[in-house]
Design a binder for this molecule. Structure first.
Ligand SMILES: *Cc1c(COP(=O)(O)O)cnc(C)c1O
Length: 401
């Protein structure tokens, strides 16, 4: 037998196949109600719109789609992204301040590679997005946890931690933040705190990486203004994505930053993927140009608000009192707190045995925390939401007696 262990790099060793993935991935022939990933509502996917775009494409368009393109992205898409962001106060020059990425995940990876060295102090939310945590981990930083409450990241603690680092002759280098309907807890950061974060970045000289996949999925009013729409200093890098608002399968994400930062990230991207998929970029540019994106966002938001309501209603009627949650004002997830000492990692096995899957909260913390779980309501049908929530409620009642 090949002794495979001895061949892995230090980084490769950090990627043992996880049992979580095998639990959470769909298995053919097994009926499982999934409250797991942030997948799109299937009937709402823009199938007819994308089909029409390809039917209409000219020979010149096909040539552009099937050829190598620039690393930063297809010019027509960069222009559309610049216009789209201008609609929420973010100024970004399509010539040198935007990079199209393979989902926001590639943007996160670019930031990890270009800005994080071993031992750097990286400020993150507790909890925060698990796929960002694992990407940053590959560079061996020190995580500095900042608590998240119903008003988003606690800026008072943020200042205390930045100040403490400074007093020790160290510095906080980068803050990763999801201000609007953050994954996993759907908290919404207040405007006051948003302004404070930008002031603290100036005062303590750190940069900010803002991740905004969910701001568009707002159930009460327009999208809250992103930090990148308020920033004047060039300290904010901003990523968003088609994944939650249009289609995750197209793998269209983007990052905008000052031209110096994007210049470095373009070189890094060239080593990873050379350029994004032309078919997908062309379709994305056309979806913007034809107004399909502007129509799609309110359409899918309405579907998600209804599903959120169905989930909340089922939880209120069938879940034990000891489980606590806030009503999400946007996004795709409900975040549930269970009594201290309760272990949702252990609960998952029992839950899966009864045909219901969720994501244990421990995955969203840099340190061990086990009494939370995350529920997704965008993918399952309303009927499955009720059935699955009732089954999980019965299980929780048994475990919480
Ligand atoms: C879903 C999600 C993303 C998007 O990832 P893609 O690579 O664009 O599919 C990014 N950040 C957060 C916080 C997310 O929840």
């Amino acid at each position: 037998m090949l002794d495979s262990k001895k061949f892995y790099s230090k980084l490769g060793n950090m990627y043992p196949p996880s049992s979580m993935n095998s639990i959470l991935l769909p298995k053919p022939g097994v009926k499982m109600i999934r409250f797991t990933g942030g997948s799109y509502d299937v009937p709402s996917l823009p199938m007819a719109e994308v089909k029409k775009i390809f039917e209409d494409a000219s020979p010149a368009a096909w040539a552009e789609m099937l050829q190598y393109g620039g690393t930063a992205g297809m010019p027509s898409l960069l222009n559309e992204l610049s216009k789209f962001m201008a609609g929420h106060k973010i100024k970004a020059d399509p010539g040198n301040e935007i990079i199209v990425t393979t989902g926001s995940q590639e943007a996160i990876d670019l930031v990890s590679r270009v800005f994080i060295d071993k031992g750097d102090n990286i400020l993150i939310g507790a909890p925060t997005y698990l796929q960002a945590l694992s990407s940053f981990r590959a560079q061996y930083p020190k995580f500095v946890d900042i608590p998240i409450d119903a008003e988003g990241m606690n800026t008072q603690v943020l200042e205390e931690k930045a100040k403490k680092l400074k007093a020790q002759g160290k510095r906080a280098k980068l803050l990763y933040i999801i201000p609007s309907f953050q994954n996993p807890d759907s908290s919404l950061m207040t405007m006051e705190r948003r302004k404070t974060v930008l002031e603290l970045a100036e005062k303590y000289d750190f940069i900010i990486f803002e991740d905004n996949p969910y701001g568009y999925i707002s159930f009460e009013g327009p999208m809250p203004t992103p930090l990148a729409g308020i920033d004047k200093s060039g300290r904010v890098m901003y990523t968003s994505t088609f994944s939650k608002m249009v289609s995750p399968g197209m793998r269209i994400g983007w990052i905008t930053a000052n031209p110096d930062f994007t210049g470095h990230m373009i070189e890094a991207k060239n080593n990873i993927s050379i350029c994004n998929d032309g078919l997908s970029q062309y379709a994305a540019a056309e979806l913007f140009r034809r107004g399909d994106v502007e129509r799609q966002i309110p359409k899918v938001t309405k579907v998600y608000r209804k599903k959120r309501d169905v989930m909340l209603e089922a939880m209120e009627t069938s879940w034990p009192r000891k489980a606590k949650w806030e009503e999400p004002k946007g996004g795709l997830f409900l975040w549930v707190k269970l009594p201290r000492g309760f272990d949702t990692d252990a609960l998952l096995n029992d839950s899966v045995a009864r045909g219901v899957a969720f994501v244990p909260g421990s995955l969203f913390f840099s340190k061990p925390v086990h009494n939370y779980l995350r529920l997704n309501y965008s993918l399952p049908s309303e009927e499955d939401i009720v059935t699955g929530i009732q089954a999980l409620g019965r299980l929780l009642k048994e475990k919480l007696q």
